[in-house]
Design a protein around this ligand. Sequence first.
Ligand SMILES: [Zn+2]
Length: 334
Amino acid sequence: MSDAPIYNERSLLPWQTDQWQRLFAAKRKSRLPHALLLTGSAGLGKSHFAHLLAASLLCDNHQESDTPCGECKGCRLVRADTHPDYTLITPEEPGKAIKIDVIREFTQRGALTSQSGGYKAIIIEPADALNTAAANSLLKTLEEPVERTLMILVTANAGRLPATIRSRCQQYHFTPPSSASAIAWLNQHIKGSDPALLLSLASGAPLLALKYATEGALDERSQMLGELKDLFNKKGSPITVALRWSKLEQASVIKWFSGWVIDLIRVKFASESADIINIDQREHLQALSRKVNSRKLYALMDRLFEANRTQGAQLNTQMQLESLLLDWADIGVE
Ligand SMILES: [Zn+2]
């Protein structure tokens, strides 16, 4: 999500104002922490906040708002990812671990001190990708902080970080903004999509909703839901659908599929007006919920949770999808 954002890279996202002001109030009192841990679910702009903060510390022009000017040498170097006092540590490939060599390289004593006499900012993202050795190496650095050097750890899974690391960082937790303000923000950035639906599918995270809008996720979801409806009505083949789905991004496939099953459970057992994810499908879900077998529905949900938990570890994605879709096609009340 950090690549080429549509929103202005220099401006603060409106729901992050409190955290920003708190941080800069501390900076004015020379009480900026040495290590920050930015937490909260994906799509809330933690990455953007971290980058903006680093850029702001390295900006040569002080701004009233404390946001970076975007034009000075410092800002240009940060944008080009070549500022000597700016380091972004990420896994070599998404989903892989951050290894100890990388942490060692950036946390040696000399490497931790600013070259220009100002601040130094090191972003580690996602921090939960640190393997044990790398986390231990980082811990030593956190125990001996360097003046004017700020470590910014970013994670949507703070629970996966060692408690020893967490306790040495000042935590800033981000939560979804109110749906009214998120929709107002989305309306400024997307045209022609339903912001309320996008936001619901994104669990209230505005940047994730924006990503869905720009990547055509609504079309992908519509097609998948259409296939699920057909399979339920004994149209089409689970094998053909599994073959098509196996070529899509598996995280989205499992997410849309399980969201559908969770919604069915909610309207069937909570109430027909229960909070659901697929808000544009309520009538269809209500009708369908009267025709599904409860025991099979729960069993399928368990299998989808398991599929989500073991993502990337399956030997045969297509076979797993086939099996899940066969269960779905057979979910009707006998
Ligand atoms: Zn600047």
